[in-house]
Each structure stands twice: as structure tokens, then as C-alpha cells.
Design a protein around this ligand. Sequence first.
Ligand code: PEP
Ligand code: MN
Length: 336
Amino acid sequence: MIVQLKPSISPAEKEAILQKIRSLEYKTTEVRTQKGDYLVGIGKKEFDVRQLGHMKGIADIHRVSDDYKLVSRKWKVERSHIDLGDGVVIGNGSLSIMAGPCSIESEEQVQQIIDHLVRNKVRIMRGGVFKPRSSPYAFRGMGVEGLKMWYKLARKAGIKIISEVMQVSQIEAMHDYVDVFQVGARNTQNFNLLDELGKVDKAVMIKRGISGTIEELLYSAEYVFSAGNEKLMLCERGIRTYEKASRNTLDVNAIPILKEKTHLPVIADPSHGIGIREYVEPIALATVMAGADGVIYETHQKPEEAASDGQQTLNFEESEELINKLRKTFELRMSF
Ligand code: PEP
Ligand code: MN
């Protein structure tokens, strides 16, 4: 059960509601986000919501049968959107395109990619400065200094930044230089990190775990929301299956399923989802037809020289073609 509280609620009114819910044998958690105050009640007992409905300070009450509550679409049918400012909005019925290198490598690289994005009217750039690498000997990112350099160039061009945060201690250092914190597939269930991102007034995109279920992804989102941050989106980035012909198996199924289960925007990452440059485009287009609110993919001026994930990275020509086809595919979807 979710009880939405009125902003004007008094402490006495809240206490009376809490007592009433406790008397119904429901465990309650108080949630305060940037947008509103809620009481999340977990319990089994059936009761008539009218017992609560008349109480002062309540804006609305919703029964939510899912085990995750605040991210469920059962109480919030209208979709959430995230406003990054300067006209960049995710999940408002448009298609968000986010593109950039796997890793931020140099000022020259960043500027070339920004120019490519600006030419193609893409407003959000991805890039990692902290890279989770399977091998400790691989390039592990430029760190906060790289992020600051990127931020300076991106801001001049009106480009927003999405970048992966790997651990709690990086949040503060990154905070002023990102627009969206990305939680990578290896950290989907880093609950301490999720809790801390709940306290941040910045958007968060959570990627599905390498072997994570859709439900586990929704629970991870519930951590961030219930810790106070509603500016959230989810990302399908492929899961590990028995198939070896591709790096991962992008689960296109997850897109309509997530769109049904949650009000949060759903993004697809075809680059990590398939891991093979030639197939990024068809998979990206499939995710748009499946209902994705956005696509995030890797591009680089010289993919063969990229510090990481070059094998799945598009050059600018391929990237431009993909952008055009993504927009056309989205128009087609909207025409149905
Ligand atoms: C990335 O976006 O470069 C990345 C490492 O992604 P994932 O966490 O999905 O592997
Ligand atoms: Mn990558």
C-alpha cells in the first residue's frame, strides 16, 4: 500500500495515520523524495481503504500488489519523465538518444564526439571515467579529472552528461559534473550505492544486472526511489545467456514488460546488448519498436583505436545513419 501525503500534513496527523496503519498490522516506511511524501505499507491483511481514506493529511491511497511499490505502475499509471534542463527531457513521449564513447580518453576525442553529437542534434553524451573492467590490466578510466575536462567542453555545447559511478565515494566527486549517474550492470545490486544515490538530487539510470532478472532490476530502482530520488530510469543492456555468438543477449522482451510494470522511463543499450558493431543498428531499431523511451550506444571517431569496447563501437558515419534510422523508426512507432 502507498499512502500519498499532502504537503500540508501536520506531525500529529501523520502520527495518527501511522498508528492506524500499524493497527492494521502493516509495517510502514516513511519516504520523502524531492517530489513528495509517502508512507509505504507492507502487510497481508485485507482491509477497507476507506478506514484510512477519511484521515486528514492523506492525498491518495493505492493498493499495490507488487512487492516493489513506488516504482510500480499499479499506483502511478501516467509515466514519469526526467527533466535534465535546457529542454532535455527523458520519458516525455519523445525518443532520447544518448551516445558517446565507452571511455573518455582525451580532450581531442571528447571534442570530436561533441561536434558529432551537435551536428546530429543529440543532446546527451555517454562516457565512462571510472571503468569496470574484467581485467585489472585494462584501461580503467581517466577519473574525475577526465570528467571535469569533459564537463567543460560539454557545457559549452549544451550537451548533458551521463557517466557511470562505481562506488559511494565517487558520488560527491562526480556530482557537480554529471547530469545522470549511471549504475552499471556489475553494480545493479550494490545496495549501499543505490541507497546513497537515493539522497542525490541528480537523475540516475540503473542498468540491468549481467544475470539479473527484470524483477531484481525493479527492486534496485525501488531502493533509489524509497531513499528519496524519483529521477530514475532503467536500462536493458543484455544479459548473460548460454549463447556465445554475441557478447550478451539483449532481452527485447524486457522492454514492453518493464513499460507495463513500471512508470519509469526505459532505455535500451544495444552496444553492450549484442557487443558486435554490425548488429548494433538492427537491435537498436528493434528496441525502439518494442517501446523504448531512449537508446544509449557507443560511438568514437576511430573505434578501432578506442581504449575499450571498440568492437561494439560505431564510427561517426554509422552513428549518423543510426540516429536517422532511430528517429524514423520512432516516427513509425508513433504513427501506429
Ligand atoms: C558501459 O556503459 O560502458 C558499461 C560498462 O556498461 P555495463 O555496465 O552495461 O557493462
Ligand atoms: Mn562499454
